[in-house]
Write a protein that binds this ligand. Structure first.
Ligand code: C5P
Length: 401
């Protein structure tokens, strides 16, 4: 996540500008506040109205516009951001940046900025390989400008080669990494489990539960936003992969356990997945057919407990192990039992009775249970729970280091 960071996005005139609405959408979703400067060329490929709708802000286009200058002057625009991204960066803007030109709003803002700059070049392969562009690239790199891509592939002009703008996801990931480098958890590794598991009955049926994966995915994002290197082991969910997080998709509890063990050692593990407690002992190899009679009860056997296995993994045990206790009654008492039986450090207990609306909902009310202490958190969105947890984890690791 890039919570509360301000990004100035400069969109210049290449066909890849058509990808910028998606880039804005993803940056905004990651928590950034995005402002756009659209060059004359850029406006040939993407409309200001699209970008205004997505940023909910004015799109700045003209150096000499009184309205633009009144709403935010060009110097202020370049200084107000935490990070500047130029995407797509044409051969022309790279040449102008290298030469220090300032003949329109984009180039003026880029010359005036004192903030880090990332550029995502996009151009025809011959323009990319031209010695002039190579020289400009060297100059920009020598000034600590970060370059993403370009990628190799089919190009809009019909040629094949280096020159395609990197995918919006890659640009967002670079931005996330950029902000996380100074995070409180940088240098730490975390494993987060999320979502339900699916336990097959036969090739088309399975046992599952209502977990949406929202809370686990939000925790993975929040830890990554603090600079942590996060492996998110996720059961089947509809959540999109959080930016800057390594996602290992799994289906069953046994796959989830194997993926977690393979990700050790870790400084932190947060087990937020709603792992199926049982699986069918003898999964049918073919689809089971009805035959007018009742079905004999399925024989179930217990699944491995991932949290407990991590808690008892000796020298490999994560330094800080956090579990969840989804309860419908005696919330705190049940959480305390889990704390000791699973050998974890914290249990985040929450009420999942149907009237609490936790499963699939946007909110969660957490009690952070430790051996001799209970902290009651107010009702928060799942994103806010994740951020609070990531800060608490950072506080604790800082205290013990
Ligand atoms: O025992 P219970 O399922 O209530 O415990 C909940 C906690 O244990 C959660 O943190 C959950 O992710 C974890 N768990 C697990 N593996 C299981 C069952 C639960 O990691 N098989």
């Amino acid at each position: 996540m890039i919570i509360d960071k301000r990004i100035l996005l400069v969109v210049t005139g290449g066909i890849a500008a058509y990808k910028t609405p998606e880039l804005v959408r993803q940056l905004t979703k990651a928590g950034a506040r995005v402002r756009v400067i659209l060059t004359k060329g850029g406006a040939q490929f993407v409309t200001p109205m699209t970008l205004e709708a997505l940023t909910q802000d004015t799109v700045y286009q003209d150096l000499f516009s009184l309205t633009d200058e009144n709403s935010m002057g060009h110097i202020e625009l370049s200084r107000d951001a935490d990070l500047v991204i130029v995407a797509p960066a044409t051969a022309d803007i790279m040449a102008k940046m290298a030469a220090g030109m300032a003949d329109d709003l984009a180039t003026t803002a880029l010359l005036a900025t004192d903030k880090p700059v990332i550029i995502a070049p996009a151009m025809n392969v011959r323009m990319w390989e031209h010695p002039a562009t190579r020289d400009n690239l060297k100059t920009l790199i020598s000034r600590d400008i970060t370059i993403i891509g370009p990628d190799e592939g089919d190009m809009a002009c019909g040629e094949y080669g280096m020159g395609r703008m990197s995918a919006p996801e890659e640009i967002v990931e670079t931005a996330v990494r950029f902000f996380s480098a100074s995070g409180r958890l940088s240098g730490k590794r975390a494993i987060v489990t999320s979502g339900p598991t699916h336990e097959a009955i036969d090739p088309v049926r399975y046992i599952a539960n209502h977990s949406s994966g929202k809370q686990g995915h939000a925790i993975a994002s929040a830890l990554a936003a603090q600079g942590c290197e996060v492996t998110l082991v996720s059961g089947p969910t509809n959540q999109s992969n959080p930016a800057g997080v390594h996602v290992v998709p799994v289906r069953t509890a046994r796959e989830m356990l194997a993926a977690c063990v393979a990700s050790l050692p870790a400084d932190i593990a947060v087990c937020a997945a709603a792992v199926a407690d049982w699986r069918v002992s003898d999964e049918a190899s073919q689809k089971m057919k009805k035959d007018g009679k009742s079905l004999a009860p399925l024989e179930l056997c217990e699944n491995p407990d991932i949290l407990k296995t991590l808690g008892n993994s000796g020298t490999q045990r994560p330094g800080l192990l956090v579990g969840f206790a989804a309860e419908t009654e005696n919330i705190i008492d049940n959480a305390r039992v889990k704390l000791s039986t699973k050998n974890c450090d914290w249990v985040l207990a929450n009420d999942v009775s149907s009237d609490a609306g936790t499963f699939g909902g946007e909110h969660n009310t957490i009690h952070l249970v430790q051996q001799d202490d209970v902290e009651d958190w107010p009702r928060l969105t799942k994103d806010a729970v994740a951020e609070k947890l990531a800060s608490r984890i950072a506080d604790t690791l800082e205290e013990t280091s």
